[in-house]
Design a protein around this ligand. Structure first.
Ligand code: SF4
Ligand code: SF4
Length: 66
């Protein structure tokens, strides 16, 4: 299943993704960056589309090695 992966170096912690997520899978960790709870994320891609910084990528977790 696809999951949302956040590039914390690009994330500006605006919280837009967290408000978009229908599963409440995203929280802003210590006010610094968006953290995705993979156990809740269903890979819908809404956060990726909404992120103004382009820091979220939704992809198969098996392929996320970078
Ligand atoms: S919308 Fe993008 S920049 Fe804003 S908190 Fe989420 S991942 Fe970070
Ligand atoms: S892909 Fe969908 S379910 Fe997963 S964190 Fe983003 S908005 Fe939430």
């Amino acid at each position: 299943m696809k999951k949302a992966v956040n590039d914390i170096d690009r994330c500006v912690a605006c919280g837009v993704c967290a408000r978009q997520c229908p599963r409440e899978a995203i929280s802003i960790y210590k006010g610094c960056y968006a953290k995705v709870d993979f156990s809740k994320c269903v890979g819908c891609g809404l956060c990726e589309k909404a992120c103004p910084a382009g820091s979220i990528n939704v992809s198969e977790v098996g392929n996320v090695s970078k």
